[in-house]
Design a protein around this ligand. Structure first.
Ligand code: MN
Length: 247
């Protein structure tokens, strides 16, 4: 039995190393991860250039592609057999609320789900990312991986896990919260006097909604959000039906 481990912070990040070490207590771990940081690439897939896989150590592959590429290559090429589970992380920083569509970490788990392999993403919502800081996340990852290997996940479901920076009080099943996006584009001048822009400069808030991932993290709980890929807004059908589109 094999577990495929990936991330979007790159193969050299501390989070993936701590995660892979801990999960190797459960099963054989194969790491297939980007050769450099690929945060916020979302579910991007490389279709117009070749991909290279370098086996930097036995069972550890660096790919010059995105997290989605890594899961694809891992499942369809690099692993001797289909993995029993894909785990993505441990990400440097939370992946909460509306932010998750940008996340390479979460998209890797999404890709595994598309290939029919159970998966979860795990992120540490902190400001410090030393080996010690990832410990409670890694222990929870092992517990959750063990649970999934025993019980399986419901169909088309993957889990988005976020861990608070201080010692967790426990875990909560949550739903996706709502981000408050502020003035997040910073305009500056380069040394030649031309404007440039930097996205995501400001501190972001979130709406205080009971039962959400944001609130769980604020209250020092580990947040576990079950996600699926169906983005259909079922609640909008009544409203849109009155437009007469279906003539
Ligand atoms: Mn990242």
């Amino acid at each position: 039995m094999q577990i495929l481990v990936t991330n979007d912070d790159g193969i050299h990040s501390t989070g993936i190393q701590v995660l892979a070490n801990h999960l190797s207590d459960l099963a054989k771990v194969v790491v297939v991860a980007p050769d450099r940081e690929r945060s916020a690439v979302g579910h991007s897939l490389t279709l117009h250039s070749p991909l290279r896989a370098e086996e930097v150590r036995p069972g550890v592959f660096a790919i010059d592609g995105t997290p989605t590429d890594c899961v694809n290559l891992g499942i369809h090429g690099l692993l001797e057999s289909r993995p029993a589970l894909v785990v993505s992380g441990i990400n440097r920083g939370g992946n909460l609320g509306d932010d998750i569509t940008y996340s390479g970490t979460v998209s890797a788990a999404m890709e595994a789900t598309l290939m029919g392999v159970p998966a979860f993403a795990i992120s540490l919502d902190a400001k410090r990312f030393g080996p010690e800081d990832f410990k409670s996340s890694a222990s929870f990852a092992v517990k959750l991986a063990d649970m999934i290997l025993q019980k399986g996940l419901p169909p088309d479901t993957f889990l988005n896990v976020n861990v608070p920076c201080s010692e967790p009080r426990g875990a909560r099943l949550t739903r996706q919260g709502k981000r408050i996006y502020g003035d997040v584009v910073v305009e500056k001048l380069d040394p030649r006097g031309r404007k440039y822009y930097w996205i995501g400069g400001g501190e972001l808030g979130f709406q205080d909604i009971e039962g959400t991932d944001f609130n769980a993290i604020r209250d020092n709980f580990i947040s576990v959000t079950p996600l699926h890929l169906d983005l259909t807004n079922y609640r909008s059908f009544d409203h849109l039906a009155s437009w007469g589109l279906e003539s």
